[in-house]
Ligand binder design. Structure first.
Ligand code: PEP
Length: 250
């Protein structure tokens, strides 16, 4: 059985005060949900604060992005080694906003995936199609291509120790959640496609759904056999919503 994972992606949001309020508001729900793993991905500057606030509770944390470089003349970047030093477990990689606004290609995403694993973090590999791609029926080709870039560089075994987040781009931040049937269909396709390469990976890898998940939609989404939790943006900033989403994964 795969443990459900509910992960908040805070994107570019927060103040020292709101970070503290949010973590304090989540810890009871996280500790009570013993069969659900709860994690948050704050902006890099709040990682140290989150590390301190999560020392005595079950909330895990990760970065939203890291550099492929460990150190050196790379202004503005955050090293996976630095993130690890503060106790992070995860790093997102290939989020559609990074692909769109920072021109991260599949090759860049694959290199970051390798760097994240090489420095002891678990990559949360984000994949998903645009609206145009869905409407032209190439969703499965798109997600396979995005996965293949990582597998070609890292090897299929590397996916034993990662999380996949299927996030249809048209559902991110738009309020348009994929129906549980639409999401399950793609999740099952991903798992079967992986199974043809490695049964172990297919059985083990958690595949999260992301895209406008709310407390009201979480339970039905997470009840699908191939949906192992959620990557949550907007609703992760609202304590009651995120607690409701954690409840939906129990
Ligand atoms: C995300 O940022 O990964 C995300 C799914 O955002 P939202 O929940 O706001 O659609």
């Amino acid at each position: 059985m795969r443990t459900p994972l509910v992960m908040g992606n805070w994107k570019l949001n927060g103040t020292k005060e709101s970070v503290s309020t949010l973590i304090k508001g989540l810890e009871a729900a996280s500790d009570a949900a013993t069969n659900v793993e709860v994690a948050v991905c704050p902006p890099a500057i709040f990682i140290e604060q989150v590390a301190t606030l999560t020392e005595n509770n079950s909330i895990e944390f990760g970065a939203q992005d890291v550099s492929t470089n460990v150190e050196g003349a790379y202004t503005g970047e955050t090293s996976p080694v630095m993130v690890k030093e503060f106790g992070a477990k995860y790093s997102l990689v290939g989020h559609s906003e990074r692909r769109q606004y920072h021109n991260e290609t599949d090759a860049v995403v694959a290199a970051k995936f390798v760097a994240i694993q090489a420095h002891g973090l678990v990559p949360v590999l984000c994949i998903g199609e645009t609206l145009e791609e869905r409407e032209t029926n190439v969703t499965t080709t798109v997600v396979e291509t995005q996965l293949k870039a990582v597998i070609d560089l890292a090897g299929i075994e590397a996916l034993e120790n990662c999380v996949i987040a299927y996030e249809p781009v048209w559902a991110i931040g738009t309020g348009k959640v994929a129906t549980s049937e639409q999401a399950q269909e793609v999740h099952a396709h991903i798992r079967n496609w992986l199974k043809a390469q490695s049964e172990v990976v297919a059985e083990k890898v958690q595949i999260l759904y992301g895209g406008s998940v709310k407390a009201a939609s979480a339970k039905e989404l997470f009840a699908q056999p191939d949906i192992d939790g959620g990557l949550v943006g907007g609703a992760a900033l609202i304590i009651e919503e995120f607690v409701g989403i954690i409840e939906g994964a129990k």
